[in-house]
Ligand binder design. Structure first.
Ligand code: HC1
Ligand code: SF4
Length: 562
């Protein structure tokens, strides 16, 4: 606690972690590539330098604020140094901005413009590196890397994966998967969090928009789409709307304009998951086996568990994720109609997540010889498609989902936020055995951005313990505690991305805690206003179980190891 003098004005500080945060509090946006309050301090880019009253120059991100400290943020020396740093970065960078997907949202481009870089005095010394297209989720282009290390720290510190590392020194330094392998050859789980934090176009989403156009223009195909919960509270950011603004009606219209025949809600798939997973849990509880039950909706988590905790194989729910469940239901539903029409139905998912691309392509998600989901496009790819089609998104009218699956519960919608799956399953279980007095208190325990959240409730006289964790490093720590019997639970919800799917690797960037909270509150507001609160109250789910799925619950489960 104390007072600093910044550019001649007194600024009080209290809990700010460093001088950079105090400067920001004073309303001055110091440039930086490598500082993120949620990651460890790296201090490599030196863009956030400031000058003190004795002429000393230092990086503000790695300096603690002191009472009486006087600094300047825009002296001629600082401005010159900053410009020099940027110029050196640009001299070593692929500057084909016109063909870069990050254009318009690139930190390097933004700072070049802010610092009025109208020329680079040095010749371009960039050494051409191969672009790594090996992953189903992301593309790595080292030619656009500025070595800020954000991706390395994200992958290691938040996701506990460590798929990316610095190699070599000096001018040869680069970021690469271990042993110079391609990203698909290492332990990457496709979460896309490295892409979400990358300030430039060095890590981008694997773009499949060409395939989208091919499908919607193929007259032999019937194209249907499902939209994941978290897309509706984030896509609008690409069109100038605030995070959390719900744009689902316009998304449906946009997809119809682009040639999609019917549009459905992945939240309906989530309702199905709640039913199947609750049933599975009650069975396990009765037999007292394979507990705790870990959720299986998040493919990055499932892959992480496969890589690191093979012992959990039978603890992870055998239920397919909502996207896959719904995909197989849609394929079954259209089977007869396709025969009559001489068409082939293809299912496109619009999803906030890069790992869902990899999930959809797994062998185990081919049901009766037919792939559940044919193409996954992320929120960001959808934004590009909408722009490509020339649609004025803000002006589109609101359409509604198609029948016979066009109704989902509020429980299905909140799947997109950390704690949502747990809350939906709780809602289902508690309804069935209404022995719990205060549901609200329990729900509040599983909501929010806390690292690990816990809730208990009583089912048939037995206490059931639920844990919710997000961020794979947090998940890994929790699993170890469970394995060491330091903690015991009956159900554990895991989402790889901090905050859940609302902050998935395919969402608009940059992301921060504030944005995550706003997107989450968008979903909870939909939950509050939903006419159907609980998955089992959804009449269309009931119809489905009595009709299409009557003797076929198997298509809701992964066939592989279970
Ligand atoms: Fe998710 Fe899910 S919530 S995993 O975050 O269980 O991607 O939005 O679609 O499948 O419903 C993602 C979101 C999504 C699935 C559902
Ligand atoms: Fe690491 Fe996820 Fe990026 Fe893979 S996609 S390198 S796991 S942050």
């Amino acid at each position: 606690k104390g007072t600093m003098i910044i550019d001649g004005r007194k600024v009080e500080f209290e809990n700010e972690q460093n001088v950079l945060e105090v400067v920001r509090k004073a309303g001055i946006d110091l440039p930086t590539f490598c500082y993120h309050s949620e990651l460890s301090m790296y201090g490599a880019c030196r863009m956030c330098i400031v000058e003190d009253n004795k002429g000393g120059i230092f990086a503000s991100c790695s300096t603690l604020p002191k009472d009486g400290m006087e600094i300047f943020t825009n002296t001629p020396r600082i401005k010159k140094y900053r410009k020099n740093i940027l110029e050196l970065l640009l001299a070593n960078h692929d500057r084909d901005c016109t063909t870069c997907v990050k254009t318009g949202n690139c930190k390097l481009q933004e700072l070049s413009s802010r610092l009025c870089m109208d020329d680079v005095r040095f010749p371009n010394s960039m050494k051409e590196h191969d672009i790594d297209y090996s992953s189903l989720a992301i593309v790595r282009n080292p030619n656009k890397c500025i070595l800020c290390g954000d991706c390395v720290r994200m992958c290691e510190e938040v996701q506990g994966v460590g798929a990316l590392t610095f190699a070599y020194r000096g001018s040869k330094m680069k970021i690469t998967p271990a042993f110079n392998r391609t990203i698909s050859e290492v332990n990457c789980v496709d979460c896309g969090q490295c892409r979400a934090i990358c300030p430039t176009g060095a890590i981008t989403i694997k773009n499949q928009n060409d395939y989208f156009w091919e499908l919607v223009n193929d007259k032999t195909k019937r194209v249907v789409a499902q939209i994941a919960p978290a897309v509706r509270v984030a896509l609008g950011e690409n069109f100038g709307l605030a995070p959390g603004t719900v744009t689902i009606g316009k998304i449906i219209t946009a997809l119809k304009y682009m040639g999609v025949e019917s549009v459905f809600d992945t939240s309906f798939g989530a309702d199905l998951t709640v039913m199947a997973e609750s049933e599975e849990f009650l069975e396990r509880l009765e037999k007292n086996e394979n507990l705790p039950l870990f959720t299986s909706c998040c493919p990055a988590w499932v892959k992480y568990a496969d890589n690191n905790f093979p012992d959990l194989e039978y603890n992870i729910s055998s239920c397919k994720s909502p996207q896959q469940m719904f995909g197989s239901v849609l394929k079954k539903y259209y089977k007869e109609l396709d025969k009559e029409d001489g068409k082939e139905t293809v299912v496109i998912s619009v999803i906030p997540c890069t790992a869902k691309k990899a999930e959809a392509s797994k062998e185990e998600f081919i049901t009766d010889g037919v792939r559940d989901v044919d193409l996954v496009i992320t929120t960001q790819e959808l934004a590009m498609l909408i722009k490509d089609a020339g649609l004025m998104f803000e002006n589109l009218y609101d359409d509604s989902f198609d029948m016979p699956f066009g109704l989902s519960s509020g429980a299905g919608v909140i799947f997109g936020s950390s704690g949502g799956v747990a809350e939906a399953v709780l809602t289902r279980l508690m309804k069935q055995k209404p022995s719990v007095s205060d549901k609200e208190i329990i729900f509040n325990n599983v909501r929010g951005m806390k690292r690990v959240k816990e809730a208990n409730f009583v089912l048939d006289g037995k206490e059931v313990k639920i844990a919710v964790v997000h961020g794979l490093k947090n998940a890994s720590e929790l699993v170890k505690q469970i394995q060491n019997v330091e903690k015991t639970y009956d159900i554990v919800e895991v989402m790889a991305c901090p905050g859940g799917c609302i902050a998935g690797g395919g969402q608009p960037t940059p992301m921060d805690e504030e944005k995550r909270k706003k997107r989450a509150s968008g979903l909870y507001s939909l939950n509050r206003t939903a006419q159907i609160k609980s998955s089992e109250e959804n009449p269309l789910i009931r119809d489905l179980f009595q009709g299409l799925l009557k003797d076929d619950h198997e298509i809701l489960h992964v066939q592989k190891n279970h």
